[in-house]
Write a protein that binds this ligand. Sequence first.
Ligand SMILES: Cc1ncc(COP(=O)(O)O)c(C=O)c1O
Length: 374
Amino acid sequence: MNYVNFNNAGSSKSFNSVDEAINNYLLIEKKYGGYLAEFIYKKKINRFYKSLAKLIKCNENEVSFLQNSTIAWNLFLNSIKISKNDNVIILDNEYGSNFIYFKKNSINIRISKLKKDGSVCIKDLESKIDENTVAICVCHIASQCGDIIEVEKIGRSIKQKNPKALFIVDACQSLGQVNINVKKIKCDVLVGSGRKYLRGPRGTGFIYVNSNVLNFVCPNILDLKNSKIVQDKIKIVKSKIFENFEYSPALKLGLTEAIDCINKKSIQKIELDIRKKSSYLRFKLKKYNKIKFYENTKLLSGINTFNIEGINSEQIYNYLIKKRILSSITKKETCEFYFKKNKIKSLNRISIHSYNTFYEIDYLIKCLIDLIQK
Ligand SMILES: Cc1ncc(COP(=O)(O)O)c(C=O)c1O
């Protein structure tokens, strides 16, 4: 029996056609050499922009292909000016690595707390926005909690309160499982990774930067791809602005294939299916008082976190591995605020994708019930 992957929020099972696209291209590279292969495949490789633009509803020139969300996040924030008197607002579900960026750069952050039920407190958020607010950064779905944050509501409120403040969305966990329309969200920047709900290869990601913002952004890393020297002055190429010369065409083709598959299947259908499967899992375990889930069922995604009374997270994880079920543990490093607020040290995480079958979910449920009743 193969492992059942319920760690899609870590890294999902890629589409078969993604693996094929990568393997085929590597053979082409071997045959023609890296540069000629790229030249021959240029059109296919560049389809990445069209495919992603279709998925998140933006223009092709507004996206750059990168390795992961963290790189995208750092590259963007390093490319804008944040002075001592400025402030950046985050929610108290912020991802640990993103938070490290603010710490390292001694940025004045303001934290807006989510309500007890996981929804956004717009009043509190607005009270923190002022004329010195440079950016509002929001994790669309956090790593440690599957609640979907109402980014459209936030976008509307930010643009009313301070239109100059940038709205930056970390869609690392939501892309591929939630329908995202950057224009509706009114976000200026959005980052994502390929290996999670998009079902693309590891080591892939991207950044979307709204074309208005592109005008005042100066990337930290410049080379012959995103800049040129004209009359002794550096001129930045405004399209695909964060890309540099070297990248992996094979992985870019793989990610494009994954996005095409999602587009073909329809993200709306995937979103509904995932929510249905999460609800099913939780419903079937509802009567077992020893298991406690942490999400708000009204904001449900594929990410389900829980504790089981009397059994620690490692024991649960190891037990599931023995049953050939992949899951994950999330700890306070992921988001100190969240774990402190909920007075918990760690959580087990089951992250369901639409390719997971009800048969697989029933098997998981049976294993969890056996464990609770041991
Ligand atoms: C919410 C969130 N943001 C950002 C990241 C970082 O993504 P990456 O590892 O692709 O840089 C993760 C990783 O799990 C995440 O869950």
